[in-house]
Ligand binder design. Structure first.
Ligand code: ADP
Ligand code: MG
Length: 328
């Protein structure tokens, strides 16, 4: 099986009709028609084996995750996903791997009516880059900038699950007795969050014109909230006791470990956003209607930096920061 058979397998398995795709996979470039009055939101992310996912991750999960991490970036901008490009670097022309990868990718793509319109297929160490494009009405995009002192800080879903799932795989911090005693499916729930993150696309769109600033949590809450604060020229205070934690995380990890995962673990793909206090209740109700839980975790303050307060109100020493390439 050669390069072009692999491309055909991907094309066939991801096929989805969109009128705005005038020419998709098969020519030298795709021809695409963005809707008038909208800006194109574009983003790209790469997953490298052993860096962004453990060796041995199921191909279906990789296909899903490679797209999910990109859709999460579009969600953070309030954009509606439309098109994607896929650059696949594979050690060998493994047809079964490519088919399974494409199936996982297609499963998530169909949920968002997203068309794969092109890509590149090369040989080398396993690495996956996905570029996504979405639409956002001009002037309605959410950005990292715009948070104001006095705004409340909210986050969707729960934090720390993916990092906890990874710790389960590595058998780190996890209490063996808790693992044995836990209801079946507890560990699997955390692994599902690691391998099949849910990009908060509908929530992001609902936050347009409402959130003053928004970012997706990919490198860990402290790191990403730090970016939001820097962009807005503000700071933030987090109340550690209010961090939303899943029952699986509570079951398997002690207080220190789970707070560390929630603050600094990566791969959550939840949205962290600021909102004027008078709008918080309406936002929470709107997101709940979309089936998206949301929790108030703190507030924006004038002084720069991100501080974390414990239940007693005292400042906690920050855990290790989020993942950063080329650090050290
Ligand atoms: P070129 O050599 O002109 O860059 P390629 O031979 O790399 O073209 O690709 C042929 C067609 O297949 C192009 O339309 C390209 O976008 C598409 N393609 C290649 N690899 C992939 C992939 N992994 N996923 C989706 N489309 C792909
Ligand atoms: Mg090429």
């Amino acid at each position: 099986m050669g390069e072009f058979d692999l491309i055909e397998a991907i094309r066939a398995r991801t096929a989805l009709r969109r009128d705005d795709v005038r020419l998709g996979i098969g020519d030298d470039a795709a021809l695409l028609a963005p809707p008038p009055g909208h800006l194109l939101a574009s983003s790209i992310d790469t997953l490298v084996e052993g860096v962004h996912f453990p060796v041995g991750t199921a191909p279906e999960d990789l296909g899903w995750k490679a797209l999910a991490v990109n859709l999460s970036d579009l969600a953070a901008m309030g954009a509606t996903p439309a098109w994607a490009l896929l650059a696949l670097t594979l050690p060998a022309a493994d047809a079964r791997f490519v088919e399974r990868f494409a199936d996982g990718f297609a499963e998530l793509a169909r949920m968002h009516s997203l068309a794969l319109v092109g890509g590149d297929t090369t040989q080398g160490p396993l690495s996956i880059s996905v570029a996504v494009h979405g639409f956002v009405p001009a002037a309605a995009a959410l950005t990292r900038a715009g948070a104001r002192a006095g705004d409340l800080l909210l986050v969707t879903g729960t934090l720390g699950d993916a990092a906890a799932g990874l710790a389960c795989l590595d058998r780190q911090h996890v209490r063996a007795d808790a693992l044995l005693a836990a209801p079946s499916g507890t560990r699997e729930a955390l692994l599902a969050r690691l391998n099949r993150p849910t990009p908060r696309v509908a929530a992001g769109q609902a936050l347009r014109g409402v959130a003053s600033a928004c970012i997706d949590v990919s490198d860990g809450l402290l790191a990403d909230l730090g970016h939001l604060c820097t962009a807005g020229g503000v700071g933030a205070e987090i109340d550690a006791a209010t961090l939303p934690l899943s029952s699986a995380l509570l079951t398997l990890f002690d207080d220190d470990a789970r707070t560390g995962f929630a603050l600094a673990g990566g791969d959550d793909y939840e949205l962290c956003f600021s909102v004027a206090p008078e709008r918080a209740a309406a936002v929470t109700a709107d997101l709940a209607r979309l089936g998206c839980g949301v929790t108030r975790i703190g507030r924006i303050v004038a002084a720069s930096g991100v501080r974390v307060r414990g239940a007693d109100g005292r400042e906690l020493a920050p855990p290790r920061r989020g993942y950063e390439h080329f650090a050290r």
